[in-house]
Design a protein around this ligand. Structure first.
Ligand SMILES: Nc1ncnc2c1ncn2[C@@H]1O[C@H](COP(=O)(O)OP(=O)(O)O)[C@@H](O)[C@H]1O
Ligand SMILES: [Mg+2]
Ligand SMILES: [Zn+2]
Length: 513
């Protein structure tokens, strides 16, 4: 007897339809699983056998051959348990095989036959729909996430026994629905707002500019100045996610298995803040076994915050460079390479020196020049090349802290950010890969950041007077374009330029002590 069941496996943030063919013949008991299964899939043999028996169903003494096709693609995960079990039940006439037509099946089985949720459901359902399948059978815990996709029936199930009863029409289970509008509108409110931050008007302004142009930022300031506090509030300044962006980010969180059951849709911009001891693999993705998206991909369409940047291993900062350039990361494996998107805003912070008091008028710095130099050199060069805005964060003034007056709310700032993004979207139109000022390449700079004579003179003078490096030049142009956009100005004017010049403090030569 023969049966065929459809399932799917994730590959990166996408899914691949897998056909599970089961052939049963008379003979001594044997259960062979072929078609390049990884460890988790191989263990599936043991789980499936036990689950069938413990569900009051039979696995008669026969020779079973189960093939996962296409055979030349590596399949990962535990989601094949349920389809393999159903393939066996169909091949041994315990359920009718034609009931499985047009149906995709995923789910892990416990030994007692209960169904357990699997990772990466969203890409699987999207692929099933693209394949013209009409319904998907899956563990109940995965149903909300699956129902984000319309145009395909989602049947939530609890156990193998219940699944067989459902297929044999002894049991009716309706298609599962979620209100996508409600999920999308109901962004989890973190309760954080820019108005919590007292004073620090120049820092807030710098982040308004950064959010408006999508620029990466580094903050420099003493401990306790509020750097971490401000960073956490940056997602509230960015434009709200579109549904499309929310789905893209959800896919990554789904594959990583970090989607909270209560909120199947990532509708708010992520804020990821890995500790400085993080490994390269956890930061950019990869690792042994199943390739997992890293923090940079979990931050897709949101913010990656690297607090205390010089504490990170030099190598970790090195591996960030390419993905910052490309907005995606490719992880190479022996048999295949996976690409994960990682379009994020980098926000980082550092103390001005190891003791934190360099440049502080009230407290003396106890660091020696070589110590400071070593500290600064950790972030030098290539990574700094990807950061458009440097913000000096001074210790908050007592007068500001004690003040009852609260500054602007995140929503007010966000309004201006959205307007400036609108100007950029219109300007770049169909330029490939350029959506915001931070994305501009040299051609775009030539086309959109022309300086008139007074501006040219100003920039020339600033470059030589402040000792700015050549790499500062393009960044200043980009950032002044954003500042002009916030002011709804067609041309870059001297006041835009001089504000942008202020955001290059780490390029100034006094740092090279
Ligand atoms: N501008 C500010 N307004 C209100 N509270 C502040 C401000 N700056 C700092 N604080 C308070 O000081 C604490 C320490 O700030 P933090 O963000 O951890 O500083 P840093 O990261 O620069 O070391 C914050 O949790 C907050 O309670
Ligand atoms: Mg901090
Ligand atoms: Zn110091």
């Amino acid at each position: 007897m023969f049966s065929q069941v459809r399932s799917a496996s994730t590959i990166g943030v996408n899914a691949l339809i897998v056909d599970i063919e089961t052939h049963v013949e008379n003979g001594m008991f044997n259960f062979a699983l072929v078609g390049l299964p990884d460890n988790a899939v191989r263990e599936s043999r043991e789980r499936v056998g036990a689950a069938i028996k413990n569900s009051g169903l039979a696995m008669p003494i026969r020779r079973y051959t189960v093939n996962l096709a296409p055979a030349d693609v590596r399949k990962e995960g535990s989601g094949f348990d349920l389809p393999i079990a159903l393939g066996i039940l169909a091949a041994t006439d315990q359920i009718a095989g034609e009931l499985l037509r047009g149906t995709l099946i995923v789910g892990e089985l416990a030994l007692d036959g209960a169904l357990r949720p699997v990772h990466g459901i969203l890409p699987v359902v999207l692929e099933a729909r693209a394949h013209g399948l009409r319904r998907i059978l899956l563990p109940r815990e995965n149903a909300d996430e699956a129902a984000l996709v319309d145009g395909i029936e989602v049947i939530p199930l609890e156990s193998l026994r219940q699944t067989s009863e459902f297929l044999n029409a002894g049991l009716t289970i309706g298609s599962h629905h979620v209100d996508r509008e409600v999920l999308f509108r109901h962004r989890d409110d973190t309760g954080l707002d820019l108005s919590d931050v007292k004073g620090q008007e120049n820092v807030k302004r710098a982040f308004e500019v950064a959010a408006a142009g999508g620029h990466n930022v580094i903050m420099v300031g003493p401990p306790g100045a509020g750097k971490t506090m401000i960073a956490k509030r940056i997602p509230t300044l960015l434009p709200p996610m579109t549904f499309e962006e929310a789905l893209e980010t959800t896919k990554i969180h789904s594959v990583a298995g970090i989607l909270p059951g209560s909120t199947p849709l990532v509708a708010s911009r992520p804020f990821r803040s890995p500790h400085h001891t993080i490994s390269d693999a956890a930061l950019v993705g990869g690792g042994l076994g199943v390739a997992r998206p890293g923090e940079i991909s979990l931050a897709h369409h949101g913010v990656l915050f690297l607090d205390e940047l010089p504490e990170f291993a030099r190598n970790a900062l090195e591996v960030l460079r390419q993905p910052l350039e490309d907005n995606r990361i490719t992880i190479s494996r022996t048999k295949l390479s996976l690409t994960f998107p990682c379009n994020f805003m980098l926000v980082s912070s550092m103390n001005p020196c190891p003791c934190g008091n360099f440049g502080n008028p009230n407290t003396d710095c106890t660091c020696s020049p070589p110590q400071i130099q070593r500290y600064m050199s950790k972030i030098s060069g290539p990574l700094l090349d990807r950061i458009d805005i440097h913000v000096e964060v001074a210790a908050v003034k007592y007068r500001d802290l004690a003040s009852k007056r609260s500054g602007e709310s995140s929503a007010q700032v966000r309004q201006r950010v959205i307007a400036a993004r609108g100007v950029q979207a219109e300007r770049f139109g169909r330029r490939d890969g350029v959506y915001k000022n931070a994305d501009m390449g040299s051609r775009d700079l030539r086309d959109f950041c022309q300086l008139d004579a007074p501006c040219q003179d100003l920039l020339k003078m600033a470059m030589s007077k402040l000792g700015l490096s050549a790499r500062a030049y393009d960044k200043i142009l980009k950032v002044s374009r954003t500042i002009a956009d916030l002011a709804d100005a067609e041309a870059i004017r001297p006041e835009h330029l001089s504000e942008a010049i202020q955001y290059r403090s780490l390029d100034r030569q006094f740092w090279n002590v």
